[in-house]
Design a protein around this ligand. Structure first.
Ligand SMILES: [Zn+2]
Length: 324
C-alpha cells in the first residue's frame, strides 16, 4: 500500500471512502475474510451476549476482526445495531430471534463500519440509520450533529464528535443508569482495548483532544470498540512499559480468552488509563519512556508535548507490529 499521507495514498483513500469503488473493495474484503476463517465457521470470535439486568449487549463478529453490536432493552423489546459493516451476520442473528431493530448507529464512514447500511435499510424498510453529519457516512437516513441525544424505547444515547481517525468520527454513549450499570461507549475506531485508531484525517492534536474526552468519562464506563485488536495492542503496551504489571496481567487474560476465541470486550475506562499507551501521555514517566526531551531535559506534559508523544507511540507501535 502507498505510504499513509503520500499523494497516491490520499487519492486512493478518497476513492475508497467517498465512492462506491470502496464498496466493491469492501465486498472483496468480506469474501477474503470468509475464506480465511472458513475453518472456524467464518467468525473470528464466538458470539457471546452480555447481560446487565434488562440491558443486553451482543458483540457480533464480522470480517477479519470487526464487531457490530446489538443493544437491546428487554423491558420494551427495543433493539439498536451499531456499526453493521457487513449486514449478513447481523441479519442472521436478528432473524433467528425475531428481532426487528429500530435503528442503526454508525461511528464513521469506513466501509467496515458502514458497509451494511444499505442492506439493513432494504431488509428493514422502517429502520432509521444515524451517523455523523460531518463524516460523509454512506446510506444514512438521519445525519447527526455533535451533542445530539437519541432515545429508543428505554435506550438513551448521547453522541460525541471525536475527530482524528476520520473528520467527523462519532461515538455513542449509552446511559447505563436505568440498568444499574456504568455507561457504555461504542467507540468505533477512536479507541480499542489498549490502542487507538490511525490518524487518517486529523492531526495528533485533534486525536489527543478526542482521546482526552474519553479520559474524562467516568471510570466505570464500559468500552465496546470496533475491532478485536486486544492481543497485539497489549503486546505493544508490555513492550513499551515492561514494568507495567496491569498490562502484563491483562495480556495474560487476553491470551487465554483468544485461545478460546472469546471476545475481549468490554474494556473499562479505569483499566484503559493503566495500560493503554495512547491514554497515558499525562503520566510523568512517559516522556522518559519515549525519550521526549525539551531544552535538554525530559519534557513536562503540555498539550504540544503530549501530541508529540502520541506520534512517537504510534510510530513505535507500527515498528513493533511490522516485526511481529
Ligand atoms: Zn475506520
Amino acid at each position: 500500500m502507498a505510504k499513509a499521507g503520500g499523494c497516491m495514498f490520499r487519492i486512493g483513500y478518497f476513492f475508497y471512502t467517498r465512492t462506491r469503488v470502496g464498496y466493491y473493495y469492501h465486498q472483496r474484503d468480506i469474501a477474503k475474510a470468509k475464506e480465511k476463517l472458513k475453518d472456524c465457521g467464518g467468525h473470528h470470535s464466538n458470539l457471546t451476549p452480555f447481560d446487565y439486568g434488562d440491558l443486553q449487549i451482543v458483540p457480533i463478529p464480522m470480517l477479519l476482526d470487526n464487531y457490530a453490536y446489538l443493544v437491546t432493552d428487554r423491558r420494551t423489546n427495543t433493539s439498536v445495531v451499531i456499526d453493521p459493516g457487513h449486514a449478513e451476520p447481523v441479519q442472521v442473528y436478528l432473524s433467528g430471534r425475531n428481532i426487528m431493530p429500530d435503528a442503526v448507529l454508525v461511528t464513521h464512514k469506513h466501509w467496515d463500519h458502514s458497509g451494511g447500511n444499505k442492506e439493513m435499510r432494504q431488509h428493514y424498510p422502517n429502520i432509521r440509520v444515524y451517523g455523523s453529519g460531518s463524516d460523509h457516512v454512506h446510506d444514512i437516513t438521519h445525519p447527526l450533529q455533535a451533542g445530539e441525544t437519541l432515545e429508543f424505547g428505554g435506550l438513551k444515547f448521547n453522541t460525541m464528535i471525536t475527530p482524528g481517525h476520520t473528520t467527523g468520527h462519532m461515538v455513542y454513549i449509552l446511559d447505563g443508569s436505568p440498568y444499574g450499570v456504568g455507561d457504555s461507549i461504542f467507540s468505533g475506531d477512536l479507541l480499542f482495548l489498549a490502542g487507538c485508531g490511525r490518524m487518517f484525517e486529523g492531526t495528533a492534536e485533534t486525536m489527543l483532544h478526542s482521546l482526552d474526552q474519553i479520559y474524562s468519562l467516568p471510570n466505570d464506563t464500559l468500552i465496546w470498540p470496533g475491532h478485536e485488536y486486544a492481543r497485539e495492542n497489549l503486546e505493544f503496551s508490555c513492550h513499551l512499559e515492561p514494568e507495567n504489571q496491569t498490562a502484563k496481567e491483562k495480556l495474560k487474560w487476553v491470551k487465554s480468552q483468544r485461545e478460546k476465541r472469546f471476545c475481549t470486550c468490554p474494556s473499562i475506562v479505569q483499566e484503559e488509563k493503566q495500560y493503554n499507551p495512547f491514554l497515558r501521555t499525562r503520566e510523568e514517566s512517559m516522556p522518559r519512556v519515549l525519550g521526549i526531551v525539551k531544552d535538554g531535559i525530559f519534557a513536562t506534559a503540555d498539550d504540544a508535548t503530549r501530541a508529540r508523544m502520541l506520534c512517537e507511540i504510534r510510530e513505535r507501535k507500527d515498528q513493533l507490529n511490522y516485526k511481529l
